[in-house]
Design a protein around this ligand. Structure first.
Ligand code: SAH
Ligand code: SF4
Length: 374
């Protein structure tokens, strides 16, 4: 069975033509699925009956099964989706006055293994398919639209950030069709500036994205020099800062915005000294990358061994950048009471399995061994 969520509109058109259908049939189908949130072919009333019948035998919309949905005190919603074989991914909706941002996952786990990231600590399980990436948006948009009582033309999700679990540019071939469906006027109709890919710096793929689907780009920097960055983001060994900066500069020729957003996770005593901020100024000036900085207060998790920088130090760091002429924001922590904040997404199911295994081990231990707190 074909999963209809696995296609952008071009892909769906090719598939429909292969089935002997006219190309406009694909657009009709695409609109039913993505604009109206309809999965059941029988409800797609303007499709010809024989075509509906044929479709039923060949394809379906395969949604993700939500294991849980949690709503934070601040209105942030976090879904945990089952992607099979004990893996789960998380998707987070962040409502604000003028927008609704959906934070989407691209992989189960992540191979980049950044020191400060809970997903990275979990290791890499697998890439998500285009259908699994899009199913997160499909579920959130149509679910929230119904819950909020929005009418046909209204949107719950106005912005998408690929900042959930995983490194999107290490899942490039699945990512690009998903982005295209997000941008498609017959799909979610989001503008390029409202769709952001966040990357730890996969240089060759930044270059490809520029040609294939230039959306807004956020780069997770976290350090002003190679030595420190290698320590925090191991991928820096493969793609050092000079190459990364050159790729950022080149990207701007096609980007929908005239700046790159640099994300910088503030780690107590590690990368948060004013000297680091001054070195960042030298770095971005030297490489001539127009940019904004987004400082993210570190969200601690038990295995990291790291601490969040004190507020005063984050503010002082921001001031150095601001005084150097760079627009700098400090990210508000949202949804941390439900572990939905940046870097806290771990796909709890796996963890829970581990906890269960640990508990089972403990039960089989001889009674004289003192139980350790997990
Ligand atoms: N893999 C991509 C996108 C997902 S991570 C990337 O690294 O850019 C999204 C953002 O959350 C990144 O900027 C990442 O550095 C940040 N992040 C990861 N762990 C964090 C933590 N524990 N606290 C705060 N931010 C974190
Ligand atoms: Fe992967 Fe991004 Fe986490 Fe690094 S910060 S481990 S790239 S998800």
């Amino acid at each position: 069975m074909i999963n209809l969520l696995d296609f952008d509109r071009d892909g769906l058109t090719r598939w429909c033509v292969e089935q002997g259908e006219k190309p406009f049939r694909a657009t009709q189908l695409f609109r039913w699925i993505h604009q109206r949130g309809v999965a059941d072919v029988d409800q797609m009333t303007d499709l010809a009956k024989p075509w509906r019948q044929k479709l039923r035998g060949l394809a379906s919309v395969v949604p993700l099964q939500a294991i849980s949905e949690q709503v934070s005190r601040d209105g942030t919603v976090k879904w945990l989706f089952d992607v099979g074989a004990g893996n789960a991914v998380e998707t987070v909706f962040i409502p604000e006055d003028d927008r609704g941002t959906l934070c989407v996952s691209s992989q189960a786990g992540c191979a980049v293994a950044c020191r400060f990231c809970s997903t990275g600590h979990q290791g890499f399980s697998r890439n998500l398919s285009t259908g699994e990436i899009l199913a997160q948006l499909w579920h959130a948009e149509h679910h929230l639209r119904r819950r909020l009582g929005l009418s046909e033309g209204e949107r719950a999700v106005t912005n998408v950030v690929m900042m959930g679990m995983g490194e999107p540019l290490q899942n490039y071939s699945a990512l690009v069709p998903a982005l295209k469906a997000m941008l498609d006027d017959h799909g979610y109709g989001l503008s390029r500036r409202r769709v952001t890919v966040s990357t730890s710096g996969v240089v060759p793929m930044i270059e490809r994205l520029m040609n294939d689907c230039p959306v807004a780009l956020a780069v997770s920097l976290h350090a002003p020099n190679d030595a420190l960055r290698e320590h925090l983001v191991p991928l820096n060994r493969k793609y050092p800062l000079a190459e990364l900066m050159a790729a950022c500069r080149a990207y701007l020729a096609a980007a929908p915005r005239d700046f790159i957003t640099f994300e910088y996770c503030m780690l107590d005593g590690v990368n948060d000294h004013p000297e680091h901020a001054r070195a960042l100024l030298d770095l971005v000036r030297g490489s001539q990358v127009p940019c904004k900085f987004n400082l993210i207060p570190f969200n601690p998790f038990p295995a990291s061994g790291l601490q969040r920088s004190p507020r005063e130090r984050v503010v002082a760091f921001a001031e150095v950048l601001q005084n150097g002429g760079i627009v700098t924001t400090i990210r508000k922590t949202r949804g941390d009471d439900i572990e939905a904040a940046c870097g806290q997404l771990a796909g709890e199911v796996q963890d829970r399995t581990r906890v269960q295994i640990r508990l089972a081990d403990r039960r089989s231990m001889p009674p004289q061994v003192p139980a350790q707190t997990p």
